[in-house]
Design a protein around this ligand. Structure first.
Ligand SMILES: NC(=O)c1ccc[n+]([C@@H]2O[C@H](COP(=O)([O-])OP(=O)(O)OC[C@H]3O[C@@H](n4cnc5c(N)ncnc54)[C@H](O)[C@@H]3O)[C@@H](O)[C@H]2O)c1
Length: 420
């Protein structure tokens, strides 16, 4: 296509924040032309931030989708991306979808088929794949330096209790209050799959119990989930997701020629900006490397993810502009990253049995799941609704939500509200 990519954004919290980082580096290639959110106060605040910008603001998605634009950023509720992606693709729009790709198998089938039918670009916004250390791991794996992957560790656990009022507004039915322990799995597993190009074939899941920390913020889910995922070369991935005090963000890969990892911490000087490796050198001697990479990525000052947002979104824009080499996470890979979380939870509900992870590249497998709505969202599950915690959903007192709601409203009134 010629000219700048005209982008519409759905969701003013994460969506407009992501655009602010991205405009900085992609501004010569794209422009924001429309913003939509049904949260009127949030939309009004966005309007105030962009006077005379020409951006059109929509409270209603049905009007927004008819705006003259090329692509849409979906930063709506984390469990509702697929149906909105399908609508956008059906309208001929390219889609950059926040994580995760879908919340049940019916949606997964519909999403794959909509992408195939439309011929439009679909990209998952899994920017953790583009953080400095995971990018270096992809480069090294692609160059054969690790040999064949045997084992990977990946952890994303974040104690967001202090921010829960900003994340859920005290709404008992907010998707985050029902997002079970293994659902939000792409930040951990995504970078391992993207680095290696391997596919998950089976998964076994485990989860902790619900605890006081979850109760006190109104979340109905277990504190954390663990998955053991077998990949198509036989390698095993240990994936941790959830809400743990102290938090963790860590990637490690062990292969036939050695190992490489990010620093096992979320601190400013370590974490995903630090890559280290112990690998067989060309003469058979071990080569040790320890690299601080954060400074390599442009615009990291604006982007809390070490430049990863820019890179991830920039690749999408480049692909829309016709660059076939741009590194986007397309729909099949997006589902490889998402479905292990869905099937880990099914495994948990069945007492920890290993389950196959479907591959929807195979049209026959789609038929097995076309009407499978199993999930924890009452709006989408129909008669296949399952509890948000395998040990049973806790009965959370209304006062808990009232307290969280008050905290959110107080911040709004004082003008202190900042989206997470
Ligand atoms: N990649 C990352 O690191 C990262 C970080 C944070 C959030 N996220 C993702 O970003 C997305 C948004 O998260 P969030 O915490 O900003 O907000 P959220 O999930 O609370 O809300 C999304 C926004 O979309 C709006 N919205 C939802 N449905 C709508 C509709 N039908 N019409 C109009 N507006 C609608 C809501 O009013 C809200 O402002 C989620 O998918 C989340 O998983 C990703």
């Amino acid at each position: 296509m010629n000219g700048k990519v005209r982008v519409g954004v759905l969701g003013v919290k994460r969506g407009t924040g992501l655009m602010e980082y991205s405009l900085d580096s992609c501004g010569s290639k794209m422009e924001v032309v429309a913003i939509c959110d049904k949260w009127i106060e949030g939309l009004e605040k966005e309007k105030e931030k962009h006077p005379d910008s020409g951006i059109v603001f929509y409270p209603d998605f049905d009007d927004f989708i008819n705006h003259d634009m090329d692509a849409v950023v979906l930063a709506n509720y984390g469990n509702e991306h697929a149906p909105f992606a399908v609508r956008c693709l059906n309208r001929g729009l390219h889609v950059y979808s926040e994580v995760t790709a879908c919340q049940n198998m019916k949606e997964a089938v519909e999403l794959v088929e909509a992408v195939e039918r439309s011929g439009k670009i679909y990209a998952l916004a899994e920017q953790y794949c583009f953080m400095p250390a995971p990018r270096k791991m992809k480069e090294y794996y692609g160059a054969g330096k690790l040999g064949e992957l045997e084992l990977a560790d990946c952890e994303y656990a974040h104690d967001s209790s202090d921010a829960w009022h900003r994340l859920t507004f005290g709404d008992p039915d907010h998707w985050r209050n029902r997002a079970y322990s293994t659902f939000y799995c792409t930040h951990s597993l995504g970078p391992i799959l993207h680095a290696t190009g391997l596919r998950p074939v089976s998964v076994t899941g485990y989860e902790s119990s619900h605890n006081e920390r979850r109760y006190s913020v109104g979340a109905k889910t277990a504190a954390f989930g663990l998955s053991l995922i077998t990949l198509d070369n036989g390698a095993i991935v240990k994936a941790l997701n959830g809400n743990l005090r102290g938090g963790t963000l860590w990637y490690a890969m062990y292969g036939s020629k050695g190992k490489m990892e990010s620093a096992r911490s979320i601190t400013k000087d370590g974490g995903v900006g630090h890559f280290s490796a112990e690998l067989d050198g060309p003469d058979g001697k071990e080569v040790r490397e320890s690299l601080y990479l954060s400074g390599d990525v442009s615009a990291s000052d604006y982007d809390p993810y070490g430049g990863a947002e820019h890179v991830c979104f920039g690749q999408f824009i480049d692909r829309v502009l016709g660059d076939e080499t741009a590194d986007v996470i397309g729909v099949y890979e997006a589902l490889d990253m998402t479905l292990p979380g869905l099937f880990a939870y099914r495994s948990i509900l069945q007492g920890g049995v290993p389950l196959d992870v479907p591959d929807l590249r195979d049209k026959r497998q789609r038929e097995l799941y076309r009407n499978d709505t199993l999930c924890t969202d009452p709006k989408a599950a129909g008669d296949m609704l399952v509890p948000a915690c395998s040990k049973g959903e806790p009965d959370i007192a209304p006062e808990v939500y009232e307290r969280i709601r008050r905290k959110f409203l107080e911040e709004m009134e004082k003008g202190e509200f900042k989206p997470e």
